[in-house]
Each structure stands twice: as structure tokens, then as C-alpha cells.
Design a protein around this ligand. Structure first.
Ligand code: CP
Length: 340
């Protein structure tokens, strides 16, 4: 099994199925703390360096929230232009300095391979919050955790399921990492729906085929949405040479309630890593799906806190002593489970 304690989390390639199932059991244990039924101070005194050199809402804030929920403290820097990287400082030097201020670092950067390069200079574990179009391992873990929960609610598992991925599969790092994780499971059908210019990279399709899964590649939505999970993605405009080039593909694959009713199964679960592009020319996941109980996008985002808590607990080696540092919640709290 993968040794979490002290490890960098840079790629999903590091994990085997046993390690993922272990991590998900720890994530399950985090629910009472995330739901504010009780609190723990197990990481009191520990510092997270939360370094986001590319825009983020969910990943940055949920890393910080997860660390705070374990009792730790968070120091942040956001944006390349406000860091000394803009003055020509190397990732190695930045890592040497910031790792002496922190016990663990979470980092997002626009360049593929940058987080691994940073980790070489770090004296504390580094967790990849997304490196260019390469990988987004913690998103893939929370996606898989969500898939497991949603499938479980339908009395099914991950093995044998059908997932359809839609959109910019070329630049979407979340689908790259998720496909790699799905290769650890059995007998999955993957339908990859995209314009051919934005198709899933060949090395990932090869990995899917080598895992023995069924892989269908198509440019058509219709006839391919009767899956257990439909995973919609955004056109990753920031990875295109120009906005005009991204505009060629924006809005090509829209999903709304009418399409859902006509083409999906009655219990097909809709996922999206978010942000969804809700502008009129894109509207890839229409607001008219918001009351559909199978829209799992906000449950998915909530699960990010649980999985990131589990990653902090295991990389810092406190997963077995969380309850020892437990305390009651003494403020008004009425957190409800997300219905959709
Ligand atoms: N899913 C995701 O990475 O969202 P953010 O860009 O808001 O972090």
C-alpha cells in the first residue's frame, strides 16, 4: 500500500486500489467534523502553505477549510504576479523558503510538471492542486469518492459502471487524472464525447484499453448519454492560444433537463468538476437541472473537503488520533446534507 505519511501527492499514478479505498475510509470518518457535529484540534499548531498561482475557488478554499477543520492554520499566496516568481525566483528557491514556514504545502500552477519541480526543493509534503493541463489528483480522488457514493446509493459499485465524459477532454486535467484512477477498477465502459480536436490524449486512451475497459470515442451526445455517470467539463479557455479559438468549441455540448429526459437513464448522475461556464454562449450545464436530484455537482464539491481532510490527516500521520483531540461544537450550527 502507498505510504501516505510524509509523501508528496503529485499524481494519481502513485496510488493503487487498496490505498484509495483506505483513503476513502478516512474521508468517511471526517463527516462529523465537516458537518460541524464536532470539532477536532488534531493539527493545532500545524501550518498549511496554500500557494495558488492560477485562479481557483473550490480547490484553494477547500484545502484551507479542510486544514482548518483539523485544527490547523493556513497561510496563502494567490496569483503569480503577487509572488517573487514574477521577479525570476525559481520554483526550487521558492520551495526551500516556503517549506520552512509550513508543515505541508498545497500548490496550483499553470505549467505542467511545475508542482513536481517545486516538490524537489520542498522539505515538507507537497500536494498538487492542479499543474497546467497535466493532472489534478485531489480532484480525481474526490470525483472517484463521489462516484463511489453515488453508485452505492444506486446499489452498485465502480466496477462495471458506464461513465460518459463530455467536452474539452484534451485540456481537462480532471478527466485525465480520473481516467487514470478508473484504470485501477474492472470492466468499466467509458464513452468519451468531444470535438475531435479536443479528444482525450492517446496515452490515456491506451491506458484505458490496456486496463481492459470498453472505450467509445465519439463527437455525438445523442445516443451516448444512457450512462450511470455523465461527467461534463468546461472548455478550458486558458489552455488555448486565443479566446477566439476557444469560442469555436464553446457551447457545442450543452446538457439541460430536456436533453437529460430524452437521452439519459432516469437515474443517470450528472457530475462536473466546476466551475461550470454559465454564460449564454456556453451554458454547458443548464440551471434548469438544479432541481434534478441526480445533479451531484454540489455534493461533489462538498466531498472535496472530506477527501482533502483525509489527505492532510494521512500525509501528516494523524489519522488514528483525530478523536483524541475532539471537542464539542459550541456555536449554532445547522449544516444540512446537500440534496443536489
Ligand atoms: N474543480 C476545480 O479545480 O475548481 P477551482 O478551479 O475553482 O479550484
Amino acid at each position: 500500500m502507498f505510504k501516505f505519511e510524509g509523501a508528496n501527492i503529485l499524481s494519481v499514478n502513485q496510488f493503487d486500489r487498496e490505498s484509495i479505498e483506505y483513503l476513502f475510509r478516512i474521508a468517511d470518518m471526517m463527516q462529523p467534523y465537516a458537518h460541524r457535529q464536532k470539532q477536532t484540534k488534531v493539527l493545532d499548531g500545524a501550518i498549511l502553505g496554500n500557494l495558488f498561482f492560477e485562479p481557483s475557488t473550490r480547490t484553494r478554499v477547500s484545502f484551507g477549510t479542510a486544514f482548518n477543520l483539523l485544527g490547523g492554520h493556513v497561510r496563502e499566496t494567490t496569483g503569480l504576479s503577487s509572488s517573487a516568481l514574477a521577479k525570476g525566483e525559481s520554483l526550487y528557491d521558492t520551495a526551500r523558503v516556503l517549506s520552512s514556514y509550513s508543515d505541508v504545502i498545497a500548490m496550483r500552477h499553470p505549467d505542467a510538471g511545475s508542482v513536481a519541480e517545486f516538490a524537489e526543493g520542498s522539505r515538507v509534503p507537497v500536494i498538487n492542486g492542479g499543474d497546467g493541463a497535466n493532472e489534478h489528483p485531489t480532484q480525481a480522488l474526490l470525483d472517484l469518492y463521489t462516484i463511489q457514493k453515488e453508485q452505492h446509493a444506486h446499489h452498485a459499485g465502480i466496477d462495471g459502471m458506464h461513465i460518459a465524459m463530455i467536452g474539452d477532454l484534451k485540456h481537462g486535467r480532471t478527466v485525465h487524472s480520473l481516467c487514470k484512477l478508473l484504470c485501477l477498477y474492472q470492466n468499466i465502459k467509458l464513452t468519451l464525447i468531444s470535438p475531435k480536436e479536443l479528444a482525450m490524449p492517446a496515452y490515456i486512451v491506451d491506458a484505458i484499453n490496456n486496463a481492459g475497459h470498453e472505450c467509445i470515442i465519439t463527437e455525438q451526445l445523442e445516443g451516448h448519454l444512457d450512462a450511470d455517470i455523465v461527467y461534463q467539463t468546461r472548455i478550458q479557455q486558458e489552455r488555448f492560444a486565443s479566446e477566439a479559438e476557444a469560442n469555436l468549441y464553446r457551447g457545442k455540448f450543452r446538457l439541460n433537463q430536456a436533453i437529460y429526459t430524452q437521452h439519459c437513464k432516469s437515474n443517470t448522475v450528472i457530475m462536473h468538476p466546476l466551475p461550470r461556464d454559465s454564460r449564454a454562449d456556453a451554458n454547458e450545464l443548464d440551471n434548469d437541472l438544479n432541481l434534478n436530484p441526480n445533479l451531484a455537482i454540489f455534493r461533489q464539491a462538498d466531498n472535496g473537503v472530506l477527501v482533502r481532510m483525509a489527505l492532510f490527516a494521512t500525509t501528516l500521520g494523524v489519522q488514528d488520533i483525530i478523536q483524541k483531540y475532539e471537542a464539542p461544537v459550541c456555536w449554532y450550527s445547522n449544516k444540512r446534507d446537500t440534496v443536489n
